[in-house]
Design a protein around this ligand. Structure first.
Ligand SMILES: [Ca+2]
Ligand SMILES: [Ca+2]
Ligand SMILES: [Ca+2]
Length: 217
């Protein structure tokens, strides 16, 4: 984002908009501040930004919506914590994967079936367009942001394509993460207080070098 040039993280930008510390800002306030910062965004760019940020289209941007978008598009400038102040924060990427796992389970769709329905052109790779078509077909709960986040999670080697092996391995990893996630939620604060494990969601165990790629570290 162009905010970086102004020496401001996107999160700090949100705080300058949220003068009353309500953890939510109206679209008008958001636009007004964008204007003040003179970021030279076109009207179309601003509308697109608002569309991405205001998930539920209620005319305001909550702090959680704002975080979700930053995480989905890998432009978080600060480490995110739970807006409700609780100890454990599941990243947007993980939450998007958990949503996918739940839908697959509910509909009894196997990972193989999912991969095959995504890979329309049958080249044994899934690109983001293929993924988007299937996800939005599966559920109206999948926003553009979710597709982006799920694609990021699959694409371990960051070549903008999900190979079949990445796809299968990452779904298996997501399952383990979901089990940990549920355990943590069940265990509440005491487990969260265990420290470093909770901090990076244990991802280093599963993805070598994850911290190097992570905007959160
Ligand atoms: Ca909203
Ligand atoms: Ca394909
Ligand atoms: Ca890849």
């Amino acid at each position: 984002m162009r905010l970086a040039k102004k020496g401001l993280t996107p999160e700090a930008f949100f705080r300058t908009c949220d003068t009353a510390y309500r953890k939510t800002i109206s679209i008008d306030t958001f636009k007004k501040h964008l204007n003040n910062f003179n970021l030279q965004l076109s009207r179309g760019q601003v509308s697109r930004l608002v569309l991405i940020l205001d998930e539920d289209m209620e005319g305001n941007i909550t702090l959680q919506e704002f975080y979700n978008a930053l995480e989905a598009y890998n432009c978080a400038g600060e480490k995110h914590t739970n807006p409700d102040g609780s100890d454990y924060y599941a990243s947007y990427e993980h939450r998007a994967m958990f949503k996918l796992l739940k839908i697959l389970k509910d509909r009894k769709i196997s990972y193989q079936e999912l991969f095959r329905s995504c890979d329309v052109n049958n080249d044994r790779d899934v690109n983001i367009r293929e993924l988007e078509t299937v996800l939005t077909g599966l559920s109206s709960e999948f926003y553009q942001k979710d597709t982006q986040a799920i694609h990021n999670f699959f694409d371990v080697d960051r070549n903008s394509i999900c190979s079949e092996s990445e796809f299968m391995a990452q779904l298996a990893k997501a399952e383990k993460l979901l089990a940990q996630h549920n355990e943590r939620l069940a265990g509440g604060v005491s487990r969260g207080a265990r420290g470093s494990m909770a901090r990076n969601d244990g991802l280093d165990l599963y993805i070598p070098g994850f911290s190097d790629n992570s905007p959160r570290s």
